[in-house]
Design a protein around this ligand. Structure first.
Ligand code: PXL
Length: 288
């Protein structure tokens, strides 16, 4: 069968939307999300909630975009009408949290992964108190799954979350607060064990203690990998297991790109040796 178009037909990739902040050092936020989607053979699109100024050594400034700018981006992307899953990361401020809450409230049937980003590893605030209120009171309820780390679980539930038992209590509370399912991630524990709860099923997913310890963007990557697996049609529990395996491998294969924190190697499955030596680039040393 001949077609009149010049396009070579390829398998269609699911389109996934990330609503998150931009990290110019490309370790976290939208850049990490888009690389993660690409690594899963998905097509990523992005609505920016905030620009951050940062490099591998930390965040210097956070500039939320204006609420109307975010709303216009979301309107435009949704007009194309083919979004298979959504990931929400850094929201920045109350205005942008409200826009996302209103918007997603009207688009309820698409799988939604919320990574409740509150602050960076270096301590910069990535959501203001008003935004936290919107997240707790409304946005959480829209999520297919919420993926807080220990710190985020503690702030959201106003309790201490430092071990597996406390992670389980926090997961129960978050389900009581309206989340359909929760993964409390234990990447900051001695061993990276995660607690999964969907209101019925409880699981603990065991993880290794990984090097490098000083990783950047692991939470963004994990939540995006879950969104990708949901977009590809997997059930939530399986999506979580596969996402954890992907993040683990991307940390194992990570290499330094600057003097500070180490980003994950999102595209490790491409099996292309990173460039070395004669280029004026950081020499990418695999860290095992
Ligand atoms: O890792 C949390 C995070 C999320 N999103 C953006 C970030 C960070 C941490 O720095 O910059 C944009």
């Amino acid at each position: 069968v001949s077609t009149s178009s010049n396009h070579t037909p390829t398998a269609r990739q699911p389109v996934i939307l990330t609503i998150a902040g931009f990290d110019p050092s490309a370790g976290a936020g939208i850049a990490a999300d888009l690389k993660t989607f690409a690594a899963h053979n998905c097509y990523g699109v992005a609505a920016i909630t905030a620009l951050t100024v940062q490099n591998t050594q930390g965040v210097a400034h956070v500039y939320p975009v204006q609420a109307h700018e975010l709303r216009e981006s979301l309107d435009a992307l949704f007009q194309d009408g083919c979004i298979a899953a959504i990931k929400v990361g850094m929201l920045g401020d109350r205005g942008n949290a409200q826009v996302v809450n209103e918007f997603l409230g009207h688009n309820g049937s698409i799988p939604l992964v919320i990574d409740p980003v509150l602050r960076s590893g270096s301590g910069a605030e990535l959501l203001d108190p008003g935004g936290l209120e919107v997240l707790k009171e409304s946005l959480l309820r829209l999520a297919t799954v919420v993926t807080p780390n220990l710190y985020e679980a503690a702030i959201l539930t106003r309790s201490k979350v430092e071990n597996l038992d406390e992670m389980r209590s926090a997961a129960r509370k978050l389900v009581e607060m309206g989340a359909r399912a929760v993964v409390v991630t234990g990447g900051h524990l001695e061993k990276a064990n995660d607690v999964y709860h969907d209101g019925t099923v409880w699981e603990t997913f065991a993880g290794d203690k990984l090097k490098p310890e000083n990783t950047h963007g692991a939470g963004c990557t994990f939540s995006s990998a879950i969104a990708a697996q949901l977009a590809l049609g997997r059930q939530l529990r399986e999506a979580v297991v596969l996402a954890k395996a992907y993040v683990t491998e991307a940390i194992r294969k990570a290499f330094a790109v600057g003097p500070g924190r180490v980003p994950l190697y999102h595209l490790y499955r491409m099996q292309q040796a990173p460039r070395t030596a004669d280029h004026n680039l950081a020499v990418p040393e695999a860290i095992h």
